[in-house]
Write a protein that binds this ligand. Sequence first.
Ligand code: PMP
Length: 398
Amino acid sequence: GANFGECYSYFADENCLNIASDRIINLDHGDPTMFAAYWHAVGGASTTVILGWQRMSYFANKQLFWFVEQELEREIRSLHKVVGNAVTEGRHIVIGTGSTQLFQAALYALAPPDRSKPASVVSASPFYSSYPLITDYLKSEIYRWAGDAMSFQPQSPNDAYIELVTSPNNPDGTTRHPVVNGTGPVVYDLAYYWPHYTPIIAAADHDLMLFTVSKSTGHAGTRIGWAIVKDVEVAKRMAKFVELNTIGVSQDAQIRATHILRTVVNAYAQKGSSPYALDRREGLDRNKLFHYGYSVMEYRWRQLQAAVSGGDRFSVPHFPPEFCSFFGEMITPHPAFAWLRCNKESDCHGVLKAEGILTRSGLHFGANSEYVRVSMLDQHSSFNIFLNRMKALSSVEV
Ligand code: PMP
């Protein structure tokens, strides 16, 4: 067996590059396992203990959104204040079992219930591969997937549609805006709008925004997401969906998410307010999540860009720097996924699979098979093996 302990550091060293050279590296899912090193360093401060008699009721509070843990709501608002990535004042917060449940709640809340045909759900390609699957698996009569928003045009004012805008985008990391020429509702999926992935340009202030702990802190398994909603009637319908679907959201998971977010917020609160200078030591040493995330992602993108530049077989995107209000300086985006293109082979997924690298084909995102999406969020040992293989592949003439 390989000794992964040698590879605990995110900076590749000889040991990391030499281990398990035949191991299959799975970068198909966006599983954010790289954050475990950060939480390991944080240690006990992020621990949750729930006693046998606690949190037993269906009800978390006696108010309108009765399943929403009030302390979690408070930490979410504090976190957005620290980061400056979204406006929460005067907005309603609905908690869900991952943002995946809230995405469905949003479709339920926004699709008109009384039309002769379902509302068209659209998103500009390449779009997150789960959107078409989640939209259509129950064959709803009030909404259905209608594909690429770029080629969608409402036929009449009565033609209902819902546009999904993912920014930064999964899979290609670009900043997105609505593209449909119409007045239909827009769902902003801002799962990746955090300083470790992208410069924070402004506090997002849209009618309906989705966030998740999966991509902010890495706690994908806790299954907690949140929606920030302007209109109370939309928020109520979303909460109704969560009530009908799962009678609320696990209190245990909400409490864990509360402690996790509190740990993140507290590390920054000790040092006044933003901007928070980009100093590497602020990361693992001082428990600053976004500093840790930024330095890992910056390192990984630099290494990947260097690896593929050894030839012209592959290309990965390069992004222009922009001013980040959180760090107080110009930074380049470092997306959670690399949208990698095979420049000379048409089955890019197959090319990488043959080398023990599992990725997701562009075909799943409404794009073509010359592209694959590669997770940049795996643990350090896997990423370093991936990098090593990409270096070798890039230097092969095809
Ligand atoms: N939206 C986007 C754009 C995503 O990439 C993901 C996770 N891959 C999700 C939503 C789902 O997040 P969650 O774990 O909160 O359900």
